[in-house]
Write a protein of this length. Structure first.
Length: 639
């Protein structure tokens, strides 16, 4: 919207001050702040590596939530994060998952987050590869050896000529002793007794030609051709494995890499949230979270299974093809249990259903189901039931009962509640995000005629405030790729150091790193093994200009003039750092620059826009096939 008129324009024509409409599924073209919005959730995984979808609110609401968070004694000592205190900022290059509203454009062009990344990808020209550098050294050494050999042989031939001439008396430079053909003169005064000066000159020229020939032969002009032929063969073999090689020399570089800096989300992991653990009366792990699941083998009670199916089918939005990361995990799980969630929605949800959407203040989402009193046996005889799901601690706080593993409804005492809270903490240390599911059979008129009433001053609706029965606690996470642990072991055996460089939080990064085998139990407590991006940047002194020592703000602009501010600390990082969490695109770039400055050959793997600068800076960059176009353009090989 510009000048009070709603227009449709190309993203390149957007100006600062324009109001842009927020629509689910849209890609954000510029940086901006939310002015009005409802249920806005942003997927920032491509830009920051954050695998969870993040809520976005207006500035006033965000400041209010910040004040509430800081005023709550329970949050004392805790750091704010985008989940408990939302942000109003929308970053270019990210995607809106759900919600609607308007946001104000505040930054356009190269100054946007995406623009700065694109600017860092501008290259001054192709750099020399490690093999090319080694071949140049070999060629120079061979050339020097050929030169020395040619000079030596030339002088040896001259010496041999001189010695033979002296022994056999064949020297006659000025005539009177020898004929031109080398025979002795009968009469020294004959005109033919002119000496052998011209013959000696021919011999000396021959010796010189021999020396030059040695120099020419010594130059290995066939070596580069042989290397190119072998690289072309390597490219063909990689194409057979469905790997697209954009730069021929990258095939030889990857063979010499001794450091791999890998992104987490979408590279080491599948970037698909999956339900792997759950508590339903007792703690249990899903043996095969990606295959078919026998729900009756996990939960013996038919009542508990029915309530789980209702909760995951009806108190969610979207489908298994298009939903938020959290709800996609729920819908995938219930589908793997052979439950038709669409059929349950048709059965329990009318067209004018009552649903209270998730927001960052309530930390939960609720949906009222219409029951069949004869089949579903509502507790109070009134055919309505509310299902609630949300942040575990918040939902658990409103629960007064729970379902046992046999499906019986029992009071939830403080001791059991503390055990469940301890389990939630254990799940969090395993990089699991926990979601609590509860239900409540409503009474007629509860919370008003339409059950939408709120107690004055309360953030949540009356029917959500208490007397909730806990069905289950679900633990979901972005699971690692099956082949990753084995690949890490092979790299370690080959002397290749694997480092995780991710934008995700430190706890999640450490848990995934342990699962991949990048670090071992307890190793995360050692100095400089696990760090966060800002801490790393300060420790190594950032990136500075080689001559002026001024800090460089936009990476890649000054080429080989970029150096690490504190190279001694970078040597410590080189030997110890294995996990870099909460890393921004510049942090990843600095990591790669520092390792290369210390003489390492660095490979980078990634799939997001935030990985692009590091992919471009690395000796060889690998982009995942599922990655963004920006990552594909920056990489040397797409796998």
């Amino acid at each position: 919207m510009r000048d009070g008129k709603e227009l449709t324009i190309h993203r390149n024509n957007i100006k600062c001050g324009d109001l842009i409409k927020i629509v689910g599924g849209m890609n954000i073209p510029v940086d901006g702040v939310v002015i009005t919005g409802s249920g806005v959730m942003s997927d920032e995984s491509a830009m920051t590596g954050e695998s969870d979808h993040l809520p976005k609110e207006t500035v006033d609401k965000c400041l209010h939530r910040k004040d509430e968070f800081e005023a709550d004694p329970a949050n004392k000592g805790q750091d704010r994060n985008p989940h408990n205190v939302p942000s109003p900022v929308l970053l270019s290059g990210t995607q809106i998952q759900t919600g609607e509203g308007w946001f104000l454009c505040i930054v356009v062009g190269e100054d946007t987050c995406e623009g700065q990344i694109m600017a860092s990808l501008e290259s001054a020209g192709p750099e020399q590869t490690p093999l090319q550098g080694k071949l140049d050294v070999i060629a120079v050494d061979i050339g020097k050896l050929g030169m020395y050999a040619a000079i030596l042989i030339f002088h040896c031939l001259l010496l041999r000529n001189f010695i033979e001439g002296m022994i056999f008396r064949k020297y006659d430079l000025f005539g009177g002793e020898l004929l031109d053909n080398g025979s002795e003169c009968i009469n020294p005064t004959d005109a033919d007794c002119t000496g052998r000066l011209s013959g000696y000159i021919k011999d000396y020229l021959h010796y010189l030609i021999v020396g030059i020939t040695i120099i020419v032969v010594a130059v290995p002009e066939g070596l580069p051709l042989a290397v190119m032929i072998s690289l072309a063969y390597s490219v063909q073999r990689m194409l057979e494995d469905h790997n697209f090689v954009k730069r021929l020399t990258s095939c030889e570089i990857m063979g010499g890499a001794n450091n791999i800096c890998s992104d987490k989300t979408g590279t080491l992991t599948k970037n698909q949230m999956t339900l792997t653990n759950m508590w339903a009366g007792n703690d249990m792990a899903i043996a095969n979270p990606e295959g078919d699941i026998a729900l009756d083998a996990l939960v013996s009670s038919q009542r508990s299974r029915d309530l789980m199916a209702q909760a995951m089918s009806c108190n969610t939005i979207g489908t298994t093809e298009n939903a938020s990361a959290t709800e996609l995990a729920m819908l995938k799980f219930i589908s793997q249990c052979k439950v038709d969630y669409e059929a349950l929605r048709k059965r329990y949800l009318p067209e004018d259903k009552t649903r209270f959407q998730f927001d960052s203040a309530r930390k939960r989402m609720s949906t009222i189901l219409n029951l069949d009193a004869n089949v579903d046996d509502p507790e109070h005889g009134y055919p309505k039931r509310v299902h609630i799901k949300g942040a575990s601690e918040y939902v658990l706080d409103t629960c007064t009962h729970y379902l046992t593993k046999t499906g019986d409804k029992m009071p939830l005492d403080d001791m059991l509640k503390q055990e469940i809270l301890a389990l939630i903490t254990t799940y969090a240390k395993q990089s699991l995000r926990t979601i609590a599911f509860g239900y409540k059979d409503l009474k007629e008129g509860e919370g008003g005629p339409d059950h939408e009433g709120k107690t004055e001053g309360s953030k949540i609706h009356t029917i959500e405030e208490g007397d909730i029965t806990l069905i289950m606690i679900a633990g979901i996470k972005d699971i690692i790729r099956d082949e990753v642990p084995g690949a890490v072991i092979k790299c370690n055996e080959a002397g290749v150091r694997v480092r995780m460089v991710t934008g995700d939080n430190k706890i999640t990064a450490i848990a995934i790193a342990k699962e991949c085998g990048i670090i071992t139990e307890g190793e995360e407590d050692e100095h400089a093994v696990c760090m966060e991006g800002p801490e790393f940047n300060e420790y190594v002194g950032g990136l500075v200009h080689k001559d002026t020592r001024e800090e460089i703000k936009i990476m890649g602009k000054v080429g080989d003039k970029e150096v690490i501010g504190n190279i001694d600390n970078m040597r410590i990082i080189r030997n110890k750092l294995k996990v870099l969490a909460r890393s921004r695109p510049n942090d990843k770039y600095i990591m790669v620059s520092g390792l290369r400055q210390l003489g390492d050959i660095v490979a980078v793997t990634g799939d997001g826009t935030n990985d692009a600068p590091a992919l471009k800076k690395a000796d060889v960059g690998f982009a995942m096939k599922t990655g963004t176009n920006v990552a594909h353009n920056a990489a040397d090989i797409i796998i």
